[in-house]
Design a protein around this ligand. Structure first.
Ligand SMILES: [Zn+2]
Ligand SMILES: [Zn+2]
Length: 330
């Protein structure tokens, strides 16, 4: 499924030949691939257009079909996952300091690099993860971005954050809520006003409180993690955190943040953003996902219905994570 230009529907395209993995690459038969808010930002032209048609999809789970020259440590038939971070330079100051998520030359899966809304995909073998045991293909897919970016945002809040607010209770929040509860934290879930299904899901996963995003939590938060792309949530979340608390913006794009009184930031409150992921995040999170283990709420579609999945995500028509599945690949 290719996106020819921003604002257009995805088109089904048939290629006659399997892509051949180059040096250091693997070819993966895609079994499942998540649909993420970032895909909508690319479709809507809110992220820079890479200058060529895009195959979306950066929560890929499948099996290795072929190894390119020089690939070691992976085998044909192995179940693997491919995340958003598809390649980094390895030489810049960020890469050398363990912050490859900030590499200015980084290439991302399903944006600059072809993604997993397809039957076959090539990936750099160094950016491929083993999938934790106990997850089937569709359940594992949301771990690759919703889980991973959620994990990086959660880690950014710090170990001292005991009461955590999650704004936007979709794919990422429903996974991170379980991690937080597993680690003995208290979770407060904020959804679109009146989204009873998402609030019920939050409570069923252990949230101590669930309500509308405009509401104040019953007690001040130590940290707020923002997974919804509305900039107006930033001052709202600031008012919900205690002095010294942190507001973490986890999305790659947000609408503009409205101005607000300095008093809301005063008291050493902090606003930070989370950008992408590192491979270390991936390894850390997959270990956590194996230990908890996470209940993944998926809403699946055949690959050919990718446009419907994007529409439903935009409209908030389901609770949990949208996943495209290839019945022929399993
Ligand atoms: Zn994503
Ligand atoms: Zn770099």
């Amino acid at each position: 499924m290719t996106l020819p230009a921003p604002g257009r529907p995805l088109q089904q395209v048939w290629r006659q030949q399997l892509p051949q993995p180059g040096p250091g690459q693997v070819r993966i038969r895609v079994a499942a691939c998540g649909v993420c808010r970032t895909d909508l930002h690319i479709v809507d032209g809110e992220l820079p257009w890479p200058g060529h048609a895009v195959v979306l999809g950066h929560e890929i789970v499948g099996r290795i079909g072929a190894l390119g020259p020089g690939v070691a440590g992976l085998a044909v038939g192995e179940q693997v996952g491919v995340p958003w971070l598809g390649w980094t330079c390895g030489r810049c100051a960020h890469c050398l300091a363990g912050r490859e998520n900030l590499c200015p030359q980084a290439e991302f899966t399903g944006w600059q690099r072809e993604g997993g809304h397809a039957e076959q995909v090539l990936a750099d073998a160094r950016y491929v993860f083993a999938v934790p045991p106990g997850y089937d293909d569709a359940q594992a897919a949301p771990l690759l971005c919703a889980g991973l970016i959620g994990w990086r945002a959660y880690a950014m809040a710090g170990p001292q954050a005991r009461r955590i607010g999650l704004y936007g209770f979709g794919a990422a929040a429903h996974l991170i809520a379980q991690v937080a509860v597993h680690q003995g934290r208290e979770v407060m879930a904020f959804t679109r006003p009146g989204d009873a299904a998402a609030q019920a899901l939050a409570r069923s996963l252990g949230a101590a409180w669930a309500g509308d995003s405009g509401q104040a939590p019953p007690q001040p938060l130590d940290a707020a993690l923002l997974f919804a792309p509305g900039g107006a949530l930033v001052p709202e979340a600031l008012r919900a955190v205690r002095p010294g608390g942190t507001v973490v913006c986890a999305g790659i794009h947000m609408s503009d943040i409205p101005s607000f009184p300095y008093a809301w930031l005063w008291g050493e409150r902090r606003i930070v953003s989370v950008a992408n992921l590192t491979r270390q995040d991936g390894e850390d999170f997959m270990r956590v996902a194996a230990a908890v283990p996470l209940q993944v709420r998926t809403h699946t579609y055949p690959l050919a219905q990718a446009n419907q999945a994007l529409d439903d995500l935009r409209a908030g028509r389901f609770a949990g994570a949208a996943v495209l599945v290839n019945a022929s690949a399993t």
